[in-house]
Design a protein around this ligand. Sequence first.
Ligand code: SF4
Ligand code: SF4
Length: 145
Amino acid sequence: MTLRYPDQKLDLQGPGYHFDPKNGVGLPGFKGRHLLREDKCTGCQLCAIACDGVAVAIEMQTMVRNKPQNKKNYWPAVDYGRCVFCGLCVDACPFDALSMSNDYELSAYDKASLKYTPDLLMIPPPEFGTAKVKFDQKRGTVTHG
Ligand code: SF4
Ligand code: SF4
């Protein structure tokens, strides 16, 4: 399958990878840039602790958001110069506050731009392309749109 990127981009359907803490199962989805829910994150740091054994990509930062469940105003930030997109931080979150998104256009000209502060992680991913992927029995995977 060949895409005429960036003119043609995949339309990745559905939410990105996330974890259901109640049932203890990971739910399939694309592992792109993280999405942080400010209404759920408690600042417990478990995501950062999980990443310490992998890539040390998460740093907890203080940012005033006045959310009742996060009185310390402590939020994760992710350095995409280090992240390997394994999803272990998502699995470690007991509050379903951290998931991964369909945002895969993360390249930058300098390392500083790869550091996503908590407020950047809270922004939903942008609209994606229109190239749908379809499986054709004879030709294999084909795109259209
Ligand atoms: S996806 Fe993996 S490497 Fe990236 S921040 Fe989470 S635990 Fe760290
Ligand atoms: S994202 Fe989840 S694991 Fe990380 S600090 Fe917030 S609540 Fe804790």
